[in-house]
Design a protein around this ligand. Structure first.
Ligand code: GDP
Length: 443
């Protein structure tokens, strides 16, 4: 899970501060020493850490934190703001050309996730009612063209290819001509990667750049490689004048060093973050939301946006009504599992909910497809009365359900427990959705 280590360490540091009525300068220094260690352990660039700690200390003293009634909160607020600044301050949006198509060149080392990200970006653009064209310019990696074509088929986005015998410069040039002719407003050019940065690669990329004059050159880097990713970004930026970075595999990056340092070190903004292998696992990068996630304060805005784009509103309203009236049944549970699944992996959803990380039992709530099928089987074995009044499910009824669904008593027990937990979670979620302040923020 993203930032797991860093978040829990920072929460510890701030927890200690919160426990104190008064905070002395020595307490602040001690806390900053621990924050420094936590950041270094998260593989944040050491120069960035040094600068960060000194800025936070300066502001903390300047704000007369020690005299405030809630010194810990003031310090957390300062850390939050500085972390946001470090990652770019505000969201850096994708450029849009006045004379379509907008041309986006995707670059990066092999294995970083460039081709997958190209597909994900096409999907994101498609959702915004754009009409992207994909151009298969990676003629060296044997399966790259086929991979892009498969992605294109899944998304119903056309892919322009001239096979692997024509130069990528020519492919890119013809791709853009086709885009103009067919009225595509975005062209995403997938380019070749290498295992390491080498001159041939850079020369070829520069030639493509000179020919197509892209509006965006996005570098895709694997955030799991930490400072290596930052170094790669620095080298690419020096040669290619990147317009943005896309961080991939944030779902597997427990440390977070690349996300925190890449902008500070290279000056190049992070525009997107990818958090999974599926095509909808790409999000625009919002520094302030990311800071909030790192500090364990959740990211309700992203969660609500996801909910709005993937959940059926009428169904959600009906469910919320049931929730409030405590009419939530096992049938609703099934329905809800389906809906929640659309939001993405559950552990990521939990990360976005403030305070959820602490609800340990929730971590076992899994909604993968196989398990889903077993859950459906168990629920289908229930009588209507059992579905609506799960409290009557005693030992003998549970035994019957296990036999009827071809599962085990343990599984039935687990499901009933999950049902109760889902009820709790949804109550909290619907409470948050109704939070007036939150609604105002969304406007
Ligand atoms: P390329 O060589 O840069 O074009 O890399 P690919 O697009 O082929 O991706 C390499 C591998 O990384 C594939 O197995 C992808 O499924 C995987 N991948 C890409 N992005 C992500 C991500 O955000 N999270 C995870 N977990 N895997 C990813």
């Amino acid at each position: 899970m993203a930032f797991e280590g860093l978040t829990s360490r920072l929460q510890n540091v701030f927890g200690k501060l919160k426990g104190k009525g008064k905070v002395t300068e020595e307490d602040v220094n001690e806390a900053m020493r621990e924050v420094r260690l936590a950041l270094l352990e998260a593989d944040v660039n050491f120069k960035v850490v040094k600068q960060f700690i000194s800025t936070v200390k300066e502001k903390a003293v300047g704000q007369e934190v020690m005299k405030s009634f809630t010194p810990a909160m003031v310090i957390i607020d300062i850390v939050n703001k500085e972390l946001t600044e470090l990652m770019g301050g505000t969201q850096s949006k994708l450029e849009k050309s006045n004379r379509p198509p907008t041309v986006i060149m995707m670059v990066g080392l092999q294995g970083a996730g460039k081709t997958t990200t190209t597909g994900k970006l096409a999907k994101l653009l498609q959702k915004q009612n754009h009409k992207p064209l994909l151009v298969a310019g990676d003629i060296y990696r044997p399966a790259a063209i086929k991979q892009l074509q498969t992605l294109g088929e899944q998304l119903k986005v056309p892919v322009f290819s001239l096979g692997d015998q024509v130069s990528p410069v020519e492919i890119a040039r013809q791709g853009i001509e086709l885009a103009k002719k067919d009225h595509h407003d975005y062209v995403l050019i997938d380019t070749a990667g290498r295992l390491h940065i080498d001159e041939n690669l850079m020369d070829e990329l520069k030639q493509i750049r000179e020919t197509v004059k892209p509006d965006e050159i996005l570098l895709v880097v694997d955030s799991m490689t930490g400072q290596d990713a930052v170094n790669v970004a620095e080298s690419f930026h020096a040669q290619m004048e990147l317009t943005g970075v896309v961080l991939t595999k944030l779902d597997g990056d427990t440390r977070g060093g690349a996300a925190i340092s890449v902008k500070a070190v290279t000056g190049c903004p992070i525009k997107f973050a990818a958090m999974g292998e599926k095509l909808d696992a790409l999000e625009p990068f919002h520094p302030e939301r990311m800071a909030s996630r790192i500090l364990g304060m959740g990211d309700m805005l992203t969660l609500i946006e996801k909910a709005q784009s993937s959940i059926d509103e009428d169904k959600a309203k009906e469910l919320e009504r049931k929730m409030r009236k405590a009419e939530f049944t096992f049938e609703d549970f099934l329905e809800q599992m389906e809906q929640v699944k659309k939001l993405g992996p559950l552990d990521q959803i939990m990360d976005m909910m403030p305070g959820m990380g602490k609800m340990k039992g929730m971590k076992n709530l899994n909604v993968d497809d196989k398990q889903m099928a077993r859950v459906v089987a168990i629920v289908k074995s229930m009588t209507t009365e059992e579905k609506q009044h799960p409290e009557i499910l005693n030992a003998s009824r549970r035994k019957r359900l296990a036999a009827g669904s071809g599962t085990s008593i343990q599984e039935v027990n687990r499901l009933i427990k999950q049902f109760d937990e889902m009820k709790k979670m949804m109550k909290q979620f619907s409470g948050m959705m109704n939070n007036k302040q939150m609604k105002k923020k969304m406007k």
